[in-house]
Structures are given as C-alpha cells and as structure tokens.
Design a protein around this ligand. Structure first.
Ligand SMILES: [Zn+2]
Length: 291
C-alpha cells in the first residue's frame, strides 16, 4: 500500500473529526459542559457576547421580554456565523420611564451599574477578555456607553465593547410604512414574527394607539427625562399593522451578519487591550507622562 493511500483517508478523518467537534459546540454559555466551555473560550479567542434587554411593556400585543428575546435571537445567529460564547439571559438595564406599566423591573442606577460590573468581572475571570455587550433596548443606549467609559476608572485585564441598537436601514430593505417605528412598531413586531412568532397577539394591535401624542412643547435643544412619556404615555410607539415576516427575516439577517462582522473584528483586535495597559500604566504616575 502506498503512503498516499493511508495518509489521505487519515487527513479526511481528522478534518471531519475537528469539523464535527466544532459544529457540536453550542454558542450558549448555559448549554456548554465545563470542559466544552474551556474549548469554547479558546475557539472564541477569549471573546464573549452579553446580549442585554429589559422587562417592559411592548404595546398591547408583544411580550414584556421582547427586547431580550429579539437581541438574543440575533446574537446567537451572529455567534453561529463567527463563534463567540453568549452569556445567558440578562434583563437588567435602564427602564425608569416604564415604571407606570405592569411587569417593568427597574433596579436602581447603582445596582444596574454594579450588577453589570460584577457580571463582566466574572465573565473575564472565566476567560472572556473581550466582552461585547449587545444592546437590544433603547433605554440602555445612554447607560452602556457610560458603563464602557467607566472601565477606564481602574485597571482591568479585559476590554468592554458596546454594540448598540443595530442599523437596519440598509439597501434592499423592504419599504417602510411605519414612520413612527420606535417601540413595538412595525420593525420590532416583524422581528418577533421571526424570533418568537407564538408570543405575538396580533389581534390586539388596535387596542391602543402608538401615535406620537406630543404633550411637551419645548425646543429640541433641551433634554428632560419625561420626554418619552410625553410622546408615548402608553409605552407604545409605531404602527405594528404594517409588520411582516419578510421585513423580520431581512432585518434579522442584517443584524446577525453585522454582529458576526463585529465579533470577527474584536477577535482579531490586538490594540484595545495593549492601549488600555499602556494607559493604566501611565495613570499610576501622571507627572511622568511625557509632555
Ligand atoms: Zn423594544
């Protein structure tokens, strides 16, 4: 028997074994065994995703967990394209503006920041040296950049990245007819048609109005916390009757691909942690920093 006859089948066997073992590795932290978790962190190049949502009313027709259900669906799909380990369900962000609605869980700002800090600290202790917080909820858009910025307050051996609400308005997107599409409107409803269609109650969409009620007359240059309630007191913004599964599938695909690109970039990135280390070293003695 010549050597080629033996070596080739061996190579094919080895390749199929490694492909098989990679296929079998779940992206979900809670589904991995302890030994598979170690392999997962290695395969992820120490990169983990933390999808963050909220518990809040979503119009008359969508579940309270909508934002997390949708962002986890997109994150898991993105991680399956570019392997990272995805942290379990995390519902704890900023949602003071919906405290008047049933089912809202709004922890104090101190606890939101502390819980998030301890969560990323524990993730990092378990090998997640690059953590991508993937946001699914509008009210977290102010919290998360603040949190990421606060990571410079003291030295870390890990980096936090924020992937904010996705930019879904890309070429080829089905035409939009909902022009007030911010909360439980056509987009989110379409996404739910793909992620968890069984949880939608489309027969209830007309029970409340998602129109802008515009109760404050102030210049745009002023920000005040009650702005959202002034516009949408029923915590509903948009017209879900124009939702479609076609739009949902298009957006979820855009979202997952964009997340996979972000995961790939973070996995390849060597500069963030190097620059952080250089920065932290200098913070020990600012007077020695070259002027
Ligand atoms: Zn939402």
């Amino acid at each position: 028997m010549n050597a080629r006859r033996i070596v080739l089948p061996l190579i094919i066997f080895a390749l199929s074994l490694s492909a098989h073992s990679q296929e079998k590795l779940s992206v979900k932290w809670e589904e991995l065994t302890a030994s598979d978790f170690v392999r997962g962190i290695e395969l992820a190049h120490n990169t983990c995703a933390l999808p963050i949502g909220i518990l809040e009313k979503h119009g008359p027709h969508m579940p309270i967990g909508t934002d997390l259900l949708n962002v986890r669906y997109a994150t898991v799909a993105g991680a399956q394209k570019e392997y990272v380990v995805v942290f379990p369900e995390y519902y704890f962000g900023q949602i003071f503006e919906a405290r008047h609605e049933p089912g809202t869980i709004a922890y104090s700002l101190e606890l939101q920041l502390k819980l998030l800090q301890e969560t990323v600290n524990e993730m990092a202790r378990n090998g997640c040296k690059k953590i991508v917080i993937v946001n699914g909820h509008g009210g977290n858009e102010s919290l998360l950049p603040l949190f990421a910025q606060s990571q410079l307050a003291f030295p870390h051996d890990f980096a936090v990245f924020v992937y904010g609400l996705p930019k879904l308005d890309v070429p080829g997107r089905p035409a939009q007819r909902d022009h007030n599409d911010m909360h439980a409107g056509a987009s989110e409803t379409s996404h739910m048609m793909v992620s968890h269609p069984d949880l939608l109650r489309m027969d209830r969409t007309k029970q409340e109005s998602g129109a802008d009620q515009d109760h404050l007359k102030l210049p745009d240059s002023l920000y005040t916390g009650i702005w959202w309630y002034a516009k949408f007191p029923d915590h509903f913004a948009g017209d879900p009757s124009t939702a479609s599964k076609e739009l949902g599938a298009f957006d979820m695909n855009t979202w997952a691909n964009s997340l996979a690109d972000a995961f790939r970039a973070v996995k390849a990135d060597q500069d963030t942690i190097r620059l952080q280390n250089e920065f932290f070293e200098k913070t020990k003695n600012p007077l020695a920093t070259k002027q």
